[in-house]
Design a protein around this ligand. Structure first.
Ligand SMILES: *[C@@H]1O[C@H](CO)[C@@H](O)[C@H](O)[C@H]1NC(C)=O
Ligand SMILES: *[C@@H]1O[C@H](CO)[C@@H](O)[C@H](O)[C@H]1NC(C)=O
Ligand SMILES: *[C@@H]1O[C@H](CO)[C@@H](O)[C@H](O)[C@H]1NC(C)=O
Ligand SMILES: *[C@@H]1O[C@H](CO)[C@@H](O)[C@H](O)[C@H]1NC(C)=O
Length: 245
């Protein structure tokens, strides 16, 4: 039993190796088990190979800790973010700050533009920005805030609350409200961005996939046939991750 399992495992691996070189576009990659699946329009490359991305704005890489990363190019320079979630149906992704201060990054991003992305928002949700620089305590009085990823109010004094937060339960009464906005969607210290839909109708009609034209014609797509390839054994996609090694 065990032996036949390891034989099948070997077949998986051979299949993966076999696929990896020739038909990158047919694989769905991920940096780790709980990380987003990466497929068109995104490309996954090694951190050191980002220049190889056909479309740099859709270029992702993995860290050794299996975090999915993106370098967001803005009109005031590049910002590095964790990519926490990608929704291919609605063309949006959630990004968070490796320096654990998303509020400050959002204030900076709001002063720039970062095409082809823009802030995604569900207009019904309202966020409020508070300046808590006079608060002088490390954490707000709130259970979520004592988790490992919680915001350090000393080094990161701008707090973003959503409509469900209670100003009193959170100690926000000692903070100064800056403004309310419904243009920015922040949840669990992640902010959502959307990207313009890529027109793949032509390829989908032929049961093919879209890929970036590997040419200097930035932004052009072409169809790619994954069906002709030998059928690969399905394995949990979460097991496939590209290491940076
Ligand atoms: C972003 O900037 C606009 C003006 O350009 C301002 O009205 C809005 O409040 C700002 N939002 C944030 C979150 O900074
Ligand atoms: C927050 O308030 C402090 C003290 O009033 C001020 O120095 C700081 O510039 C404010 N931060 C922002 C982002 O407005
Ligand atoms: C997508 O492209 C096809 C032609 O390739 C065109 O007929 C169709 O209108 C386009 N759809 C959108 C939403 O742009
Ligand atoms: C790039 O694409 C253009 C237009 O699709 C084509 O004419 C050209 O030959 C391509 N160049 C290369 C190097 O593939």
């Amino acid at each position: 039993m065990a032996r036949s399992h390891s034989f099948i495992m070997l077949l998986f691996l051979l299949q993966l190796i076999n696929n990896s070189s020739s038909h990158e576009e047919c694989r769905e990659l991920s940096c780790g088990p709980y990380e987003p699946i990466i497929r068109f329009p995104f490309q996954l490359v090694k951190e050191s190979s980002q220049h190889e991305c056909v479309y740099p704005e859709f270029c992702l890489y993995c860290t050794q800790n299996k975090n999915t990363m993106m370098v967001l190019s803005t009109t005031s320079g590049p910002f590095i973010f964790f990519v926490d979630y990608i929704d291919y149906e609605s063309n949006q992704l959630s990004i968070s700050d490796p320096d654990n201060c998303i509020s400050e990054k959002i204030l900076k991003l709001n002063k720039t533009s970062f095409p082809p992305y823009r802030f995604y928002s569900e207009s019904i949700t309202k966020s409020s920005f508070f300046n808590c620089s006079s608060f002088k305590k490390r954490h707000l009085r709130n259970e979520d805030q004592s988790s490992q990823r919680s915001q350090d109010m000393i080094t990161c004094p701008i707090y973003i609350s959503d409509s469900y937060d209670s100003v009193i339960a959170l100690d926000l009464v000692s903070c100064t409200k800056m403004f309310d906005t419904s243009n920015i969607f922040v949840q669990y210290l992640s902010v959502s961005l959307s990207w313009p839909e890529q027109n793949c109708t032509k390829c989908k009609a032929k049961s093919m996939k879209c890929k970036w034209k590997n040419n200097n014609t930035k932004g052009k797509t072409e169809c790619f046939d994954c069906n002709k390839k030998r059928k690969t054994i399905q394995i949990p996609k979460s097991l496939i991750y590209a290491s940076t090694g």
